[in-house]
Design a protein around this ligand. Structure first.
Ligand code: SAM
Length: 252
């Protein structure tokens, strides 16, 4: 999958996306990050890409021409989804990430200052996407968030593909608590059920823990899940809030 990233800071996205799992995915040819410097396309002799906004008000705006010319150079002519990272966009979720993971190529447009001239966004037919209800200084971090979340859903990017399915949001719930060695640490023991080797009981415990955790931390997600799976209300299954002093339940 090719990610064209139109940005004023190509070094930032390249450095951020070139390490660890995504770096390996790029080496294997599963993803390609094509960071394009918008400033290279300005016709301004001082390499400026921003100007005052019509109508007045504080702040500068990225001009349409360099952004649109960078887009044409990177991906113009190819039919594909173009995304403008903006706090005014559709909220980016795991479901949205899965939708994008089915694409072969997407172009991500990073704004700065007050954002980008509306006409360039319209000319690129850019869909607005937000990573949350807060305002950042630029679209680079949101673009990296999106590339990371989408890339790890591409088959082969994660060592064990199954791990993406069982994670938080995969089934509409938050993931259950997890433990590694040693069995006891700082007086806290791993829940006995996880040491039992009884896979059916472990699965039931994990589902119950997912339900309890989701109910506690994300009641909005819990309500949605329970409406679709009324038989699975939290508290009906093995494992619950009861805790012996020495066994950790993950529910503290
Ligand atoms: N004037 C804009 C507004 O009020 O909606 C905010 C511009 S923001 C300071 C500069 C750039 O950061 C935006 O053009 C966008 O690319 C990026 N950005 C900031 N917050 C974001 C968010 N929550 N999601 C996605 N992109 C964001």
């Amino acid at each position: 999958m090719v990610f064209n990233i139109l940005t004023l800071f190509p070094g930032m996205v390249e450095a951020g996306l070139n390490t660890s799992i995504l770096g390996r995915a790029a080496e294997k040819g599963l993803i390609r990050i094509n960071a394009v410097d918008i400033r290279d396309f300005t016709e301004n002799r001082h390499r400026r890409v921003d100007d005052y906004t019509y109508g007045g008000g504080a702040g500068m705006l990225m001009q349409a021409q360099p952004v649109y010319d960078a887009f044409l150079a990177a991906a113009g002519g190819r039919k594909h989804r173009v995304i403008y990272l903006t706090p005014q966009g559709r909220l980016f979720t795991q479901e949205y990430a899965a939708e994008l993971a089915a694409e072969d190529e997407i172009t991500l447009v990073c704004g700065h200052y007050e954002g980008i001239d509306e006409r360039a966004l319209e000319a690129m037919n850019a869909e607005p996407v937000s990573i949350g209800d807060y305002v950042l200084t630029g679209g680079e971090l949101p673009a990296m968030v999106l590339v990371d979340a989408v890339s790890r859903l591409i088959p082969g990017v994660l060592g064990n593909h199954e791990s993406a399915d069982t994670e938080s949001f995969g089934n509409g719930l938050l993931e259950y608590p997890q433990y590694s060695r040693p069995e006891e640490w700082m007086g806290m023991r791993v829940p006995e059920i996880l040491l039992s080797g009884d896979h059916a009981r472990v699965d039931a415990w994990r589902l119950e823990q997912s339900l309890l955790r989701t109910k506690e931390r994300r009641p909005d997600l819990y309500e949605k899940y329970i409406t679709e799976h009324p038989e699975e209300k939290a508290g009906k299954r093995a494992g619950n809030r009861k805790n012996t002093k020495k066994t950790h339940t993950g529910l503290q």
